[in-house]
Design a protein around this ligand. Structure first.
Ligand code: KQY
Length: 366
């Protein structure tokens, strides 16, 4: 049994743990919409299945699949991935799933934010999104976890990271965007994060990754690897439009401390060479009014920071750029000496607008 709770995680002594803390498992959603994923979503399904199988070597994975695709997904996925039937509008569990919070006694609860497809009627990526907005509660109910439900506060899980030790990090570009919570001040937004993530300090990066269609989610530019330790998507090319965005993030982080007063240790990871949509890729996507089009030549917001930290492993997107792929693996080996670094070719995922972190949601062990 699971029920809605009318207080806040902070009031009840709950906090959002760091992703690097132990997990009970991972949640994902099977991709199928043909106006976002090319060729009937078959190449994306293969990539999602690879991600699920890689994570399942380290922790239990549940794949949520529509009634229409249920049997097909079971054919592709190995028996170690649990498949459950669930409706959704697309496949971004990070953004539509619950944010799990824990207390000191090992109890786990969910937070159900409001979801508007990354911008609602202002600049949302598809319409409608009502099924997505119900996913968080369904996951909590399936797991028998009580949950907090915000009435009107819009937030996606990919727009927050926490260190589990009092600090959250977000971008101004996303959280202060007119398409999210335009009636709230920065101070009010920060207070909501404090109440529902159980943090004391919020770090505000100005921007995320250039052309990121989520209005620059934080999970594509930085990743908390341990309290006080972050990786940052970087470029040495001062002529790249990403340069001023990453430089501003670095300058900001170097001048900040976290909730415990620690200086931040920042590891730069160079972004891959440009990932541009090919003509064939563009032509494989159904063109539908109201869904963001996939246009030949458009640059994708490809970044290695969009990885998933599993129990004992890091599942890293790579892009077929040998030099930068290898450098990303090497950096992560240093940052995570006790975890296996598992690279997955993620072009088919970035073509849909996000990456491995965006399609996964950890459930902490508590
Ligand atoms: O990156 C994400 N968190 C989600 C991207 C959504 C793209 C929808 N086409």
């Amino acid at each position: 049994m699971s029920k809605k709770i009318d207080s806040t995680p902070r009031a009840d002594g709950y906090r959002m743990p760091g992703e690097f803390e132990p997990h009970a498992g991972c949640w994902m959603i099977w991709p199928e919409r043909t106006d976002n994923w090319r060729n009937g979503a078959k190449p994306a399904q293969k990539a999602f299945a690879e991600v699920a199988e890689a994570i399942a070597e380290h922790e239990p994975v549940t794949m949520c699949v529509s009634e229409r695709q249920y049997m097909a997904a079971k054919e592709v996925l190995s028996p170690r991935v649990r498949v459950v039937e669930m409706s959704s509008d697309d496949s971004w569990m990070r953004d539509v799933g619950p944010t799990f919070v824990v207390n000191g006694k090992g109890d786990v609860r969910g937070v159900d934010w409001r979801f508007n497809a990354w911008g609602g009627l202002v600049d949302g990526l598809y319409f409608p999104w009502d099924k997505d907005d119900k996913v968080a509660v369904k996951v909590c109910e399936m797991e028998g976890k009580d949950y907090y439900s915000l009435e009107s506060f819009i937030l996606e899980g990919g727009s927050i990271h926490t260190d589990g030790d009092g600090t959250a990090i977000v971008t101004e570009a996303c959280l202060l965007h007119e398409s999210r919570n335009p009636d709230l001040t920065k101070h009010e937004i920060e207070n909501t994060l404090r109440d529902y993530l159980g943090v004391e300090k919020v770090l505000w990066l100005p921007n995320g990754i250039y052309l990121d269609e989520t209005n620059e989610h934080v999970d594509n530019i930085v990743h908390y690897c341990a309290p006080g330790v972050l990786v940052l998507a970087w470029t040495d090319d001062e002529n790249d439009p990403q340069y001023p965005l990453s430089k501003a993030a670095l300058d900001y982080l170097e001048g900040e401390t976290d909730a415990r007063g620690r200086k931040l240790e920042i590891h730069k990871i160079h972004i891959p060479d440009e990932v541009l949509i090919t003509k064939e890729e563009s032509q494989g996507v159904d063109s539908v009014d109201g869904t963001l089009p996939r246009v030949e030549g458009d640059r994708q917001a490809a970044s290695y920071a969009n990885f998933y930290i599993a129990n004992g492993a890091v599942i890293l997107p790579v892009f077929g750029d040998d030099v930068h792929d290898r450098a990303a693996v090497e950096t992560l080996r240093k940052v995570f000496p006790d975890r296996k670094i598992v690279s997955i070719y993620a072009r088919e995922i970035i073509l849909g607008g996000g990456n491995i972190h965006c399609i996964t949601q950890q459930q902490p062990l508590g």
